[in-house]
Design a protein around this ligand. Sequence first.
Ligand code: AMP
Ligand code: GLY
Length: 426
Amino acid sequence: MTKVLVIGSGGREHALAWRLAKSEGVEKVWVAPGNAGTGADSRLENLPITDIEALRDWALENKINLTVVGPEAPLSKGVVNVFRAAGLLIFGPTKEAAQLESSKDFAKAFMKRKGIPTAEYESFTDPQAAHEYVRAKGAPIVIKADGLAAGKGVVVAMTEDEAHNAIDDMLSGHKFGSAGARVVIEEFLEGEEASFIVMVDGKNVLPLATSQDHKRLLDGDKGPNTGGMGAYSPAPCVTDEVYEKTMREIIEPTVRGMAEDGIVYTGFLYAGLMIGKDKEGKTTVKTLEFNCRMGDPETQPIMSRIKSGFAQTLAAAAAGDITKGGIEYDTRSALGVVLAARGYPEHPEKGAVITGLTEETDDAVIFHAGTSNDAQGNIVVSGGRVLCVVGLGDTLKQAHDAAYRTADQVHFDGVQKRRDIGYRAL
Ligand code: AMP
Ligand code: GLY
């Protein structure tokens, strides 16, 4: 397994490709389409192809041994189906299995049917019925567009007015197009969120190190929801009890349940957890959402900690046997802080020149996301989330300090970054 292809262009894909390139037996890693960071790394090569059939043809021609998919869009378009039909080894869920992320209604109905703990819900296409449901339930309440909306399709409405507006935007205003033609309305859950990411080979599960991200734009978890402004691993809120409960009540029944329904799940599976307490004070773990991929930015700190040959683990999982060997982790903590463009998440501004980028050291590495090269050879901002700087340290505080030491040397006009990544665990 010498030639590897990573599909995607974000920080998650840079971290994945970076880790795979260091993996024993890997000759070369291509990233399609990649970014300025993956393009600058001598062990990686960018491949400017995004069309799924064209990628398959290229992979066949170049005898790619293993393909890994980063983002949800190509998965939900069936990249895994297409590669498998051509006899190529690829790690990810099929289009059918990716519905766990691409349709909230599919995921909620599945969880209800299989008794997997999640918020109570109803789904609607008729605005009148949706408004009535909100009047009956009251606020706070959560309105979600059914389809993929790049992390923007969820409104946590603290008042009934906000909920009614969200319904109007999605069902009548077509704010998310067909993705919002159906909405899921669900019970508001309280507690602490964590990201629980596992690898699934169709039957067996190999959990990745625990992590937690920060979804809000501003310090203190204020401001609008984003794709994630920083993350760290391990996450102390995932105690042994939470871990056991998550595996037993959420992950295992999901993998088993999908197989029972004839949709065998392979690939990364990410359960967004809400860890809370019931009336008796007992710990509860509920599923906020499923993603059919790794998290971004959670992947950046997780990959920074993996020590073993991750390419072998992925190939085994893709071939349907993950049980051979586990993953060895650096015992240090890793913490990643995202540098975002001015205007992110609503209207990110592109074009600012980035300076102060440094080579990786033993305790810091800069992963690129929305970056590209301009005609003068500068590295410039080309997307909302621009970079993720990961620091490592014996304690989370040391990892935090290492990350910010490096992040604070990087500059571009309008840079936004939170200063408090990891605060819940510090
Ligand atoms: P999702 O994309 O479904 O994970 O939702 C995005 C964010 O909205 C989550 O990370 C939570 O912070 C919040 N959220 C989603 N569902 C709920 C819920 N039922 N109760 C409270 N907050 C929620
Ligand atoms: N960081 C959250 C996600 O990847 O969905």
